[in-house]
Design a protein around this ligand. Structure first.
Ligand code: MLT
Length: 411
C-alpha cells in the first residue's frame, strides 16, 4: 500500500469556502422556501460578465487555433512574451518601477501561486503569517510539511502569527524575533486594510536586516481608491532584493473562472543553501515552471492582454466601480445597523464586528437563518478573526441593495 502525505492530516477542518458551501447547502435542503431568498456574500467570487475586450480577444485566439497558419501548440512555460511585456510595462515600468519582462511569470492564479512558490523554498524557513488572513498561506505551508503539531487553539507550532487587530489598523507589526519568510497581503483579504508607504518600508527594512523574503500578495491592488497607497511592494526602495509579488486577474478582470495571474520574481532576489551559499531564486522558479507546467492557455493569455488595452482598461474600471459601489452600500448598511465596520474603501470586503458578543460562526448561522444572507465567519481567517465576519461586495447591485435592506432588521 502506498504511503499518504501525513501533512494533510494536520489540516484543520475543511478549506473554509467549501465548508461554508456545505453548511449553506444543508440549510437550503432543510428550508426550501428560505433557500429561494438566499443571497451569497461569502466567497469573494465575481458575478458580473467578463469585459468585452477580453471576450473578443479570447474568441479571436480560439479562431487562430482553428487555422493551420495561425495554430500554436505549447507556449513558453513562463507565459507568452506579449503578456509578460504588457504587464511589466503597464503595471510596473509606466509607474517608474524597474521590472523586466522576464521577471514576470504567468500562472493560473494567485491561489495556485501561493502553493507553487513553496516548491522552491526550504523546509527550514521560519514562517510569519498575518492573522487573520487568506487561509491559503497557512494551509499550503501545512501541506508542504512546514508546520509541526497543531495546538489546542488551532494554531500551528513553527508559524509565527502576526496579529492584525483594530488597534493596529489590521496592519501587522514587525516581529521582534528573526523569521525567514513573511506573507503580506494588501489590500487585505479579509479586513480590507491597506498598508502605507511607511509601513511597507518598515517591512522591507526588516526583510533586508534579517535577509528574509516577503511574499507580497497584491491580488486586490486594482481596488485601491485612496491616493498615496502603494499598489506594489516594488514601489518601496530595496524591495527587489527581498520580495516576490503575487497578482491576479481574478478580481480585476473578473477571471475567477477563466484563471490567470502572475508572480513577479526579481532576478536580484537571493536565498541561501543549507551551507550558507547565496543563490538567486529566479532560475529555480523558471526551472519549476519549465518542469511542472506549461503556463496557461493561449486564449486566456490573449484575454488577459486585452485588459490592458484602452477599451479593456475602461471595462475593468467599470467592473471595479460596480463592486466598490456595492461595498459602499454594504458598509453603510452595516454601520446603520449599529455594527462597527472596517474596509470597503480600498478593497471589496467589509470586515464587521459581530454584535452582542456572538462568535463568528454564531453570526454566520444568524445571518443565514434570520436574513438568508451568507457571509464568511472571521474566525475562518485565523484566531484573531474571531468575533468578526466578512461581507463580500462581489454581487449584483440588486442583491447588494437587498442585503442592505435586510441588515436593517438587525438594528
Ligand atoms: C475569498 O473569498 O477570500 C477569495 O475569493 C478566495 C480566493 O480568491 O481564492
Amino acid at each position: 500500500m502506498a504511503y499518504l502525505n501525513e501533512n494533510y492530516l494536520k489540516l484543520q477542518a475543511g478549506y473554509l469556502f467549501p465548508e461554508i458551501a456545505r453548511r449553506v447547502h444543508e440549510f437550503c435542503e432543510a428550508n426550501p422556501q428560505a433557500a429561494k431568498r438566499v443571497i451569497r456574500c461569502g466567497i469573494g467570487d465575481v458575478t458580473e460578465p467578463l469585459p468585452r475586450a477580453a471576450i473578443d480577444a479570447m474568441k479571436r485566439a480560439v479562431d487562430e487555433l482553428g487555422k493551420r497558419e495561425t495554430f500554436r501548440g505549447y507556449g513558453p512555460e513562463q507565459g507568452y512574451e506579449f503578456l509578460r511585456s504588457t504587464i511589466a510595462q503597464h503595471d510596473y515600468r509606466d509607474r517608474n518601477i524597474d521590472i523586466a519582462d522576464d521577471e514576470i511569470f504567468i500562472s493560473d492564479g494567485s491561489k495556485c501561486d501561493c502553493g507553487y512558490i513553496l516548491d522552491i523554498l526550504g523546509d527550514q524557513n521560519k514562517v510569519a503569517i498575518p492573522d487573520p488572513v487568506y487561509p491559503v498561506y497557512v494551509d499550503t505551508n501545512v501541506m508542504a510539511g512546514h508546520t509541526s503539531r497543531v495546538k489546542s487553539d488551532g494554531s500551528y507550532e513553527n508559524i509565527l502569527y502576526l496579529p492584525c487587530t483594530a488597534d493596529n489598523g489590521f496592519v501587522p507589526e514587525r516581529p521582534r524575533e528573526h523569521v525567514d519568510l513573511i506573507y503580506l497581503c494588501f489590500p487585505n483579504n479579509p479586513t480590507g486594510a491597506v498598508a502605507s508607504r511607511e509601513q511597507l518600508s518598515s517591512w522591507v527594512e526588516y526583510a533586508r536586516e534579517h535577509e528574509a523574503l516577503l511574499l507580497f500578495d497584491a491580488a486586490y491592488e486594482a481596488y485601491i481608491s485612496q491616493p498615496g497607497v502603494p499598489h506594489s511592494i516594488f514601489e518601496i526602495p530595496g524591495a527587489r532584493e527581498c520580495a516576490v509579488e503575487l497578482r491576479s486577474f481574478s478580481k480585476s478582470g473578473g477571471f475567477t473562472g477563466v484563471r490567470c495571474g502572475f508572480t513577479v520574481m526579481p532576478k536580484t532576489l537571493l536565498a541561501k543553501t543549507e551551507s550558507g551559499k547565496k543563490m538567486p531564486l529566479h532560475p529555480l522558479w523558471h526551472r519549476r515552471w519549465s518542469t511542472k507546467a506549461n503556463s496557461v492557455s493561449y486564449p486566456v493569455q490573449r484575454g488577459a492582454e486585452a485588459l490592458y488595452t484602452p477599451a479593456g482598461g475602461e471595462q475593468v474600471r467599470a467592473l471595479i466601480d460596480h463592486y466598490m459601489g456595492n461595498a459602499r452600500i454594504l458598509r453603510a448598511a452595516a454601520a446603520e445597523a449599529g455594527m462597527t465596520a472596517f474596509g470597503g474603501i480600498n478593497a471589496p470586503y467589509i470586515w464587521v464586528k459581530t454584535p452582542d458578543g456572538l462568535t463568528s460562526w454564531q453570526m454566520f448561522d444568524r445571518m443565514l437563518r434570520d436574513l438568508n444572507v451568507v457571509i464568511t465567519p472571521g474566525s475562518g481567517f485565523g484566531a484573531q478573526g474571531e468575533g468578526y465576519f466578512r461581507i463580500s461586495a462581489f454581487n449584483s447591485r440588486d442583491n447588494a441593495e437587498e442585503v442592505a435592506r435586510r441588515l436593517e432588521r438587525l438594528c
